[in-house]
Design a protein. Sequence first.
Length: 483
Amino acid sequence: MRNAINDFIKWFIPENIPRESEEYRKAGLIIYSTFITIFFCIFYIFVAFSICLIHLVNILIFNAAFFLVLLFAFKRTGRFVLVGNLFAANMFIISLVGIIDTGGIDSPSVAWLILPTVAAFMYANKNSAYVWATIAIGLIIEFYLVGLYGITFSAKYSKDAHYTYGFFAFTGLFSYLLVIFVVYEQAKERFAHQLKEANLKISEKNEEIQTQSNHLSDALQEITHSIEYAKRIQKAVLGNPQELTTSFRQGFVFLEPRDIVSGDFFWYSSVAQTPEKFGGDQEQVKVVIAADCTGHGIPGAFMTIMGNALLDEIVNERRITAPDKILEELDQKVIATLQKHDGGEGTNDGMDMGVLVINEFQGKAYFAGAKSPLWYICEGEVHEIKGSKYPVGSTQYPPPKVYDSHTIDLKVGTMFYLFSDGFQDQFGGDNDKKYLKSRFRRYLLSISHFPCSKQKDLLTKEFENWKGFNSQTDDVLVIGVQV
């Protein structure tokens, strides 16, 4: 029976009010109070009818019906302030008619004027309660002043019924307030219990989340340590930039991984060249390579280790130093390595690469690129040699892949630049756009006359200023050497 009543009451609560909220408790209180008020209206209809207060009977019938309408209006709108004030207005009308019909300022119904203020405070808000309290006090003062001027309201019942009405007026008022107070306290206690249970569940869930968070934090820390260790291994395997920069008049390597480990790498070696390759006596040639592997982070780092090992075999062991031949050999070996376990499906993994071979004894430089260009600045002008349209690796291009070799006459002071696309693809600036190749080219020209150590510092500053608060788009590699 009790559950059926609770379900009936809950039906009037608007669906948009969260079940565990304070508003839900307040909504339940309004509905309970409305039904209690309707019951008291029906009771007083019989009391008023028994002492011939027909006007009050009609008002009570009207207001009982109005309270029912108010329930459906609340379910539809869920507006506490509106419904609370309409509730208070209805109580005010009942009180006012009761005062007029039962003797004005001397009527026991004057005490009923507290009801609109109580209703507004409980169901609307404090400001509404202050307004209704002011109206009630003002009405009492008005009835008193009217009485001073000899204007009186006669009771519309017999003199013998005065004490009967007074008894029911005061006992009914106190009974009504007592019931409303009990309902209010029970609702408050019930909500406090529900809130305590909800907080307990939230606390348990927070502890579970914290435990999982700690596990994830430990796992992340362990993974991060592993990647940091992988970074040290990668750095050791790929070599020291100082070896490259000290082999030329000056040079720099600007390498900025997007993640902890990099998918871009540089490679350098000085190789004793046999006379058959370039003519003349045996001489040292310098091989400088900038490579941008598929992906970044850990997958890209695996590619860099493989590329480094294969270049050691091709250049240092087999003594292949022609840049186009280096790319051809590397392309075949990358494809062969990656196809071992792909079931013949082919692979799109590989790397873009620029290979610069410098023979200072001959005064010549040789370049071949796999989707990667060479820029060199000589006598204040930027010259570009484009790379082939084919990458190293990747079986999506039909064979044969052709990597063209280009020859450059060396002049003292010429700056050569090899780079990946990370710098020019970085988003940033005032309009959050890419840095772009044209801006990168102009910037390299503007700093090319500085010592290489300063060029690296300026590149670092330019990149950070352009990036701003944006995340880094890709790994960044820029190599500069001067002959």
